[in-house]
Design a protein around this ligand. Structure first.
Ligand code: ZN
Ligand code: ZN
Ligand code: FE
Length: 772
């Protein structure tokens, strides 16, 4: 009996996954103490290493609970163990991290403030009462403060704040919520707030800075707030004047703003809130969630200018103590939008914010905790088929994605709009945070910084580069330079191929699949602009099996901002006199001149873009002749739908030719014009247009006969189109995939490029192997 009780075993245990920075080591420590095990735990660059020794039954229990009871926010992908010689030591220690070996993503994304920390900042007895930088082992900034791995305080931007004795005691006490909380801080030792004006003059400190910032918001002024991943612009969401001022200064006339509400109840008072939407809002990622505005009669109404003519509202909850305290002091919802000029990257540090936002913000509420890398708020939509990511940044980056293809390190530089980059490391890929459109100098600088940051953070020396086929994208030019400098081959991936591959990567699909890649524009292999493509994809190869009949876009880029030009192009293409139909959008002379450009094909490139077909229909319906942001016309056409859309019937699209099949929209336009002449409702016309596209997808899928269908590209952010197409496809026995955790828009391109480059490398290896 005695002998059995005294028998000790020792295991070396290795946990792989997202196991650092969520209180995993303290959790392991508590568990070991409870189960009377001795040994140690340490972060390693690839995960967590543990040696544990004790009674065999207790060790089994230890392993079970590591797998099953681990802290929220952690992902344990693999637990490996082997028996080693017992040492008969006593006590269980958290030992310093080792810093050797290759890098795998083990770090969680930034985590929203937890309930315990919120209670603490509201408790007048707590030494962290009203302290805006309160965090614990289970919550707080992570990726936005980490300079290097493994995740330990000396490698975070908190290293400049030496812990006070009270914080040090908590940090070293295994029974404390802040045991090994790397971002631990308090008013005595941590970061501080200050309020400054646009000239950089200090106006107030700490709590008085916060209260004065809240006063400014209530006075309809605009406050630039340094949050987790950089600056946000804050304005009173109930004040039409404040919102109008923000729009004017930010040069953003229509694009919806997100609103931060003080509580989930406040969101519920303004928006329809499903259980799933609530889960997303309250998750550790705390994204902006797009919700249907509700009609309920509320006295304190969100200003119309927040999301003009839009049935949806982007809502979020305070995700740091700083936001919670500010919202409490303001006493109502605030517009909370990225601190930038339209489509530029977010500002991270105070000097930069003053330089770039000085003409937008009246005051700056800032602090002295540096931002390791800028991170925008993420945006998620909850569709009938679950959550879909629209912008992926804070709260999600750098969580890795299993892509189902192994190989040497790949760096992919993505597209041009909504730019992101991606690293392929083994079977995993890391998609960078949203960087922005690469048109401006600050955006290109941020892009370069993101490349340096991501590769050095993961200690990745890429052996292969990938970029878009478009020769003029800023990302392509950087890729070419990098390829020369590093002496590493460059794979150029066709834009729509990358859209399909992004979805394949997310779902670890190898192929073959039939992918519908529908978006605004992307460079095709034939030199024309593609955007309404169906591609049969297998590995690194694709075949264009269907497309749209092309039309000529006069003025190239200008046509993107002027849906009326797309309308003119399809009318001319359909052989219809455009003058009576487009009178509201064109002066006669303008129309004549642009029509001439189209006829003579002068500065009027051909496109098969589905996004532009949406534009054309929106303009014909009288919804929009000129757009102020990407996808605006298409969005308004979707919003024109009503609940009877499914039974509205559909316009005809003719299928012509073979390899590729060409979808001719001429009969569609003719039927649509007939509806307009009859005075049909726009809701009805929009429905028949959407239904026509879904029916087109099903017809092409039936012809091609591949079972797995991918729906990717910006057009599939259209909730109705996605659901309708998916439902019809599934009815006919197809399996439908669409991007969920990766954006369907160009923000996902980089991930697709990683997968295509990886397959290209494998196929090249195979060829050289079999020929040699
Ligand atoms: Zn906490
Ligand atoms: Zn302290
Ligand atoms: Fe695209």
């Amino acid at each position: 009996m005695m002998e059995a009780a005294e028998r000790r075993v020792r295991h070396a245990i290795f946990c792989e996954g997202v196991v650092q920075g969520i209180g995993f080591r303290p959790f392991v420590h508590r568990l070991a103490v409870e189960l009377e095990l001795s040994g140690w735990v340490s972060n390693s660059p690839r995960g967590l290493e543990i040696e544990a020794e004790g009674a065999p039954g207790n060790l089994d229990e230890f392993l079970r609970r590591i797998r099953e009871d681990h802290p929220a926010g952690a992902t344990v992908n693999r637990v490996a163990m082997r028996a080693i010689e017992p040492r008969n030591e006593s006590g269980f220690a958290i030992v310093e991290s080792s810093d050797a070996g290759d890098r795998r993503p083990t770090l969680p994304a930034d985590l929203a403030m937890c309930a315990a920390c919120l209670a603490e900042i509201r408790d007048p007895q707590s030494r962290r009462h009203r302290y805006p930088f309160t965090t614990c082992a289970g919550c707080g900034p992570r990726y936005s403060v980490v300079a290097d791995l493994p995740y330990d305080r000396p490698r975070t931007t908190m290293r400049r704040f030496a812990m006070c004795p009270d914080c040090a005691r908590e940090y070293h006490d295994p029974g404390d919520r802040r045991f090994h909380a790397e971002t631990i801080a308090c008013p005595a030792c941590g970061p501080h707030l200050s309020l400054i004006d646009a000239a950089g003059n200090a106006l107030a400190q700490d709590d008085s800075a916060l209260r004065r910032a809240a006063d400014a918001v209530r006075g309809s002024r605009i406050v630039a707030l340094k949050g987790v991943g950089g600056f946000q612009l804050i304005a009173d969401a109930l004040s039409g004047a404040a919102v109008a001022r923000l729009r004017e200064r930010k040069h953003r006339p229509d694009k919806p703003f997100a609103v931060m509400f003080p509580s989930i109840e406040a969101i519920h008072a303004h928006c329809a809130l499903s259980a799933e939407a609530r889960r997303a809002l309250e998750s550790g990622a705390a994204p902006i969630v797009l919700l249907q505005k509700s009609d309920c009669d509320i006295r304190r109404k969100i200003a119309d200018g927040v999301a003009p003519r839009n049935p949806m509202l982007g809502a979020m909850l305070p995700y740091t103590p700083l936001h919670a305290l500010l919202l409490e002091a303001v006493g109502g919802p605030v517009v909370c939008t990225s601190g930038n000029l339209s489509e530029e990257p977010i500002c991270a540090e105070t000097d930069e914010a003053i330089a770039r936002l000085g003409s937008i913000a009246d005051v700056f509420l800032t602090h002295d905790r540096p931002v390791a890398r800028p991170l925008d708020d993420s945006v998620v939509r909850i569709g009938a088929r679950g959550p879909q990511t629209i912008r992926r940044a804070r709260g999600y980056t750098p969580v890795s994605i299993e892509i189902g293809a192994d190989g040497s390190p790949v760096l992919a530089l993505g597209g041009h709009m909504k730019s992101t980059i991606a690293l392929g490391l083994g079977r995993e890929a890391i998609l960078s945070q949203h960087i922005g459109d690469l048109d401006s100098a600050p955006a290109r600088a941020a892009f370069q910084r993101a490349i340096d940051d991501l590769t050095s953070f993961f200690r990745c020396a890429p052996e292969l580069l990938a970029c878009d086929l478009h020769p003029d994208y800023a990302s392509t030019i950087v890729a070419e330079q990098l390829s020369k400098r590093l002496g590493v081959p460059l794979v150029r991936v066709q834009h729509h191929h990358a859209h399909v591959a992004a979805c394949m990567a997310e779902h670890a699909l190898v192929g073959p699949v039939l992918g519908f890649a529908w978006d605004g524009t992307g460079c095709g292999t034939d030199g024309t602009i593609w955007g309404g493509e169906a591609l049969a994809v297998r590995g690194a190869a694709f075949e264009r099996v269907a497309t749209l009949r092309p039309f000529a876009l006069a003025g190239g880029e200008r046509a993107v901002r002027e849906p009326r030009r797309a309308a003119l192009a399809v009318l001319l293409g359909a052989g219809v006199d455009p003058r009576p139909l487009l009178r509201r959008w064109f002066e006669d002379a303008d129309l004549k001149q642009i029509a001439k450009m189209i006829d003579a094909r002068i500065n009027a490139p051909l496109t098969s873009s589905m996004g532009r077909l949406f534009d054309a229909v929106a303009a014909l319906c009288g919804l929009r002749g000129a757009a102020t942001f990407d996808g605006q016309a298409a969005m308004e056409l979707e919003h024109a739908l009503d609940c009877d859309a499914e039974s509205a019937g559909e316009y005809p699209i003719a299928l012509a030719g073979d390899a590729p099949v060409v979808g001719d929209w001429t009969p569609l336009i003719e039927a649509l014009l007939e509806d307009l002449r009859r005075g049909a409702a726009i809701a009805h016309i929009s429905a028949r247009f959407h239904n026509a596209l879904a029916a087109f997808i099903v017809k092409v899928a039936a012809r091609v006969g591949l079972e797995r269908i991918v729906l990717s590209g910006g057009c599939f952010q259209n909730e109705y189109l996605l659901n309708r197409a998916a439902a019809l496809l599934e009815r006919d026995g197809f399996r439908v995939y669409f991007p969920r955790i990766v954006p369907s828009n160009d923000g996902g391109i980089a991930l697709g490029q990683v997968l295509v480059a990886r397959h290209a490398a494998m196929e090249a290896d195979h060829v050289s192997g079999s020929s040699g």
